[in-house]
Each structure stands twice: as structure tokens, then as C-alpha cells.
Design a protein around this ligand. Structure first.
Ligand code: SME
Length: 150
């Protein structure tokens, strides 16, 4: 389990004063990915056109490049603006499998100022049911710190 207070403080310090979205995403993906053994793929998909996500900075094996809002867990998150906690990816209709080792995942919306949807944060785990509401709350806090004013 992550010490989210420590990670949050470190990410805040590293991102202080930066406003470039990709620079911030790269820093957050790196810091989160190396902080927790449950995280096997950690990265962002960015809203680049109406109803369309494209890959952003990530850590782990390759991720698919394009995800329409209509597809997968990331699409469901972008569509609804709500956190998706998936205990078993095989039971999620339309899950996009980029790695056959992925068993569970959490996807959070990334909002900028005024609730603008910037993209989503996708964390995949090779363990089943790796994430819970505590992860969702802590990760949402980190995302709000870093992106909420953009
Ligand atoms: N979590 C995804 C796809 C996996 S990635 O491309 C790393 C989904 O939205 O189904």
C-alpha cells in the first residue's frame, strides 16, 4: 500500500510552478509508477479531439495509442467523468487489453480549471482487485493538486 501522503508531498514539490500538461503528466506517471509494486502500467490518456483520447506520458509496457470515448475502461471514465475501479478486467465489457498480464485497474478523470476534462490517469495491475476507494481518493487528491488550476 502506498504512503500517499509522502508521494503527494513529493509530487507537489516537483511540480511546483510548472504549467505544461505533458511535463506534469510525465512527472506524475514516473513518481506514481515507482512508488507501488501494484502498479504495472501507469500513465495518461489525453483528450485531443471531441470524444477522443490519445496516449500521453506513461511507464510500463507499450499502451495503445488511441482510445475513443466509446471504448474500454479509459473511455468509460472520460465519458462519465467518474473514477472506474475494475477488480477483474475480463469481466468489464469492452476492456482494451494491451497486456495480457493485466488483471485489474483504476482509471481517474483528470480535470483542469473549471472542470475541463484534460484526460484520464490509468493504472493497471497484474494483481486482481488491486485497488479500492482509498486509492481513488488519494490519487484524485494528487491529480487535483497538479492539474486543478490549469
Ligand atoms: N485500461 C485500458 C487499456 C489498457 S492500456 O492501453 C494501457 C482500457 O481502457 O480498457
Amino acid at each position: 500500500m502506498s504512503d500517499y501522503d509522502e508521494i503527494r508531498a513529493r509530487i507537489r514539490a516537483l511540480c511546483e510552478g510548472e504549467t505544461d500538461e505533458v511535463a506534469l503528466m510525465a512527472t506524475v506517471a514516473c513518481e506514481l509508477h515507482h512508488s507501488d509494486e501494484r502498479f504495472d502500467w501507469t500513465g495518461f490518456y489525453r483528450v485531443v479531439a471531441p470524444e477522443l483520447l490519445k496516449i500521453g506520458p506513461y511507464q510500463g509496457g507499450h499502451g495503445c495509442l488511441v482510445i475513443p470515448f466509446s471504448r474500454g475502461v479509459c473511455g468509460a471514465c472520460a465519458r462519465s467523468g467518474e473514477v472506474q475501479l475494475v477488480d477483474d478486467v475480463d469481466a468489464f465489457p469492452g476492456h482494451i487489453a494491451c497486456s495480457s498480464s493485466t488483471r485489474s485497474e483504476i482509471v481517474l478523470p483528470v480535470f483542469g480549471a473549471g472542470g475541463r476534462l484534460i484526460g484520464v490517469l490509468d493504472i493497471d495491475s497484474d494483481r486482481p482487485a488491486a485497488f479500492d476507494a482509498g486509492d481513488a481518493e488519494a490519487l484524485a487528491g494528487i491529480l487535483a493538486d497538479v492539474f486543478g488550476h490549469l
